[in-house]
Design a protein around this ligand. Sequence first.
Ligand SMILES: [Zn+2]
Length: 196
Amino acid sequence: MARIMERIVWHTAAHGRNGQAFDTTAAQIDQWHRERGWSEIGYNVVIRFDGTIEQGRDPRKIPAAVAGINATTYHTCFSGHGDIAPLTPQQLESSIQHTIDLLRQYGLVERFLSEPEGLIGMGHREVNELVRRGLAPTPTTKTCPGRLVDMEQVRMLIRQRLQTAPVPHAVYEAQAAGELCDWCTRQQRSCNCPTR
Ligand SMILES: [Zn+2]
């Protein structure tokens, strides 16, 4: 059954030593998480230094990444260590585009744009803000996606991209043919929602 997704959460692999960050693979994280006794990697994707997106846990399954809100969230993990080095330009570009694709897929574009303080796209560390608002049960000491990643700036970049992005061609055609409901038109996604 499809999950109702409320947030896209960014993490760091926190993989580095002596001031150097490592280009962690999804297979490596999968091994770490199995060593903890988990069934498999807890994140849905891992984004490498060159921007490659490696699949983690199937997003239809509940991830294991932020206690208390896993059931309604999607989790992106960056290779490297966000306290030691910022995201590479390729990681940033890849993750912004991936997050935009997810916001469209899960029908979150409108909320992302209309609720700037809503943390629809957030860093793991920002769960403490959700706890303060009574929207999550468990605070964290994690810095994810790392102290060197400015989530306000990330959200601004995503917002700019969403506001200037052309409507995808397939959505435009479906809309012209009268096959798209108003809601899906605003979300810029193909329509298979229950309001049709
Ligand atoms: Zn994290």
